[in-house]
Design a protein around this ligand. Structure first.
Ligand SMILES: [Zn+2]
Ligand SMILES: [Zn+2]
Length: 514
């Protein structure tokens, strides 16, 4: 059984109403690994829903977390903003409500495209609307117990004057290192090192719980029953362990069912994105991998298995695997071991599966077609010519467009040089040897007779290279030279079949005459 169904069964055995929570502190570009969390939560949500239980998926944007430091991608002026909550720092581009919004919105758009459409909560609003007030009051009243849980579970020292609430000084605008001098609901009185003496109202966004406690407080007020999180939080003495104790001993609730997941590692370190200067973001991943394929890549393995995400040639392999699974899903042939892959495929469809199999164009072929033509219409024309596309409906056209856009973005930003080429518009400067000319002449005769299909062309090239005495390797090189002006290129037979027959023959004739 697929792991999402196993988890769904476990959840349902505990009760019939569920709230699956996921979220992030949006302090900068969101790494592709964070997509795994959202996709995992989305899949469990679907699996629970399919079993008829009442379930809701929420996304918590930790917009009240302070900016920890000025990251390298931020202008120097952001040095001033360190320590302030992300919701009250200006957005770097000027088009979003605030800093948190700037980084989270593209990510939320991306997961929506993946079919993960949670209800979004902003943590700063949980404070400003007073939803957290009662939990904060509880925590402050139980501060001795809170400190002792922190001490016991983490093994770390907790200072004797520990106070589980950090006021935000209105003079400094940040969560300063204040001295709390008293508490009487709803006010925490404090002295700030800046000289300001203040009163923070726990019913407002005047201050914040430390994050480990805040996590459990959110479970309490929202009623979270299940939550995926990175395995670092699941370590012994980590934040889930403290959360469990806070849940039971301070808030009197059962902690949510945990789904710790392994990290997504980027293959080929140094794969930096040109504009963000950061490693591959979730948004990038979706720009280079069609949405259902990206879901599939994350869902085919258990959350406890690590995933190597390869934004280079690996993309081609994963799309091929996806296409094979899709084929098995519609046409059968899956072995017992592949049952879970079929379920992963099913869960990967952002808007559910179709009745019939969508038409497939091998992704590798698209990589060369996209480079042979400039427009989407051009791609369609080539696919019709090569009979990869007979009749398609609007939905399939949409899927094709998605793939073509991904291939283009990938070629522009992540593809290795070896797969890139461009058709030489004019005949490149070459001088052919006698053997090469004989090969070209032989090929001309063949190409005039044969069917214009990749495999057939490939065969003809081989035969002429052999019979002319040139040899296949050199024959291929000579052809790459005259078509793409380099010594290597895309899979030759298929590549030539995507080009207009008249153009191909004309170019070879020209070369043979030189
Ligand atoms: Zn912005
Ligand atoms: Zn201050």
């Amino acid at each position: 059984m697929h792991w999402a169904d196993v988890i769904a069964n476990t959840l349902i055995s505990r009760g019939n109403r569920h709230l699956i929570s996921t979220g992030i502190s949006p302090s900068g570009f969101i790494h592709v690994g964070s997509l795994r969390e959202a996709i995992t939560a989305g899949a469990v949500n679907r699996a629970v829903l399919a079993k008829g239980a009442d379930v809701k998926l929420i996304y918590l944007v930790d917009s009240f977390d302070p900016l920890r430091r000025r990251y390298a991608f931020l202008p120097e002026s952001y040095g001033e903003e360190v320590g302030k909550p992300l919701c009250s720092i200006p957005c770097p581009c000027g088009e979003h409500m605030n800093y948190a919004h700037h980084f989270i919105q593209p990510f939320l758009d991306a997961i929506s495209e993946l079919g993960v459409r949670p209800e979004v909560y902003w943590t700063h609003e949980l404070y400003s609307t007073g939803r957290l007030a009662e939990a904060i009051d509880t925590v402050i009243k139980e501060k001795v117990k809170v400190a002792s849980i922190l001490r016991q579970v983490t093994g770390r020292d907790v200072p004797s004057d520990f106070f589980p609430y950090n006021p935000r000084c209105p003079e400094c605008g940040r969560f300063a290192d204040v001295t709390v001098v008293g508490y009487e609901f709803p006010f925490v009185s404090y002295k700030c090192p800046c000289g300001h003496d203040g009163k923070a109202d726990v019913r407002k966004d005047d201050g914040k719980l430390p994050w480990r406690i805040e996590w459990a407080a959110k479970w309490k007020i929202l009623g979270v029953t299940c939550e995926p999180f990175g395995k670092d939080h699941a370590a012994a003495g980590g934040s889930y362990d403290t959360g469990v104790r806070f849940a039971r001993d301070i808030f009197g609730i059962e902690p949510p069912y945990p789904i710790p997941y392994e990290f997504v590692q980027l293959k080929g370190k140094g794969q930096m994105h040109k504009s963000s200067g950061s490693v591959v973001t979730g948004v990038d991943a979706l720009k280079i991998t069609p949405a259902p394929v990206l879901n599939y890549e994350m869902l085919r393995y258990n959350p406890d298995r690590h995933i190597d995400y390869d934004p280079g040639l690996g993309i081609l392999d994963i799309v091929d695997e996806y296409d094979r699974t899709e084929n098995m899903y519609y046409h059968g042939g899956a072995g017992e071991r592949e049952e879970d892959l079929l379920r992963a495929y099913e869960l990967s469809q952002p808007d559910g599966t179709r009745k019939t199999m969508p038409f497939q164009v091998p992704y590798r072929h698209l990589v060369s077609v996209v480079q042979c033509t400039e427009t989407f219409e051009g791609v369609i024309e080539v696919l019709k010519r090569t009979e990869h596309m007979v009749s398609v409906d609007a939905m399939e056209l949409g899927l094709l467009k998605q793939r073509v856009d991904c291939v283009k973005y990938w070629l522009d930003h992540f593809a290795p040089e070896e797969v890139k080429f461009c058709i030489a518009k004019d005949m490149p400067q070459v001088s052919l040897t006698e053997l090469e000319t004989a090969f070209m002449n032989c090929l001309l005769q063949s190409l005039n007779k044969i069917e214009w299909e990749g495999d057939v062309i490939h065969q003809a090239v081989h035969e002429c290279a052999k019979s002319s005495g040139l040899g296949s390797g050199k024959g291929f090189q000579a052809l790459y030279q005259i078509f793409v002006n380099r010594r290597s290129g895309p899979r030759l037979g298929y590549f030539l079949s995507t080009l207009d027959r008249g153009f191909v023959i004309g170019r070879i004739e020209h070369a043979a005459r030189m």
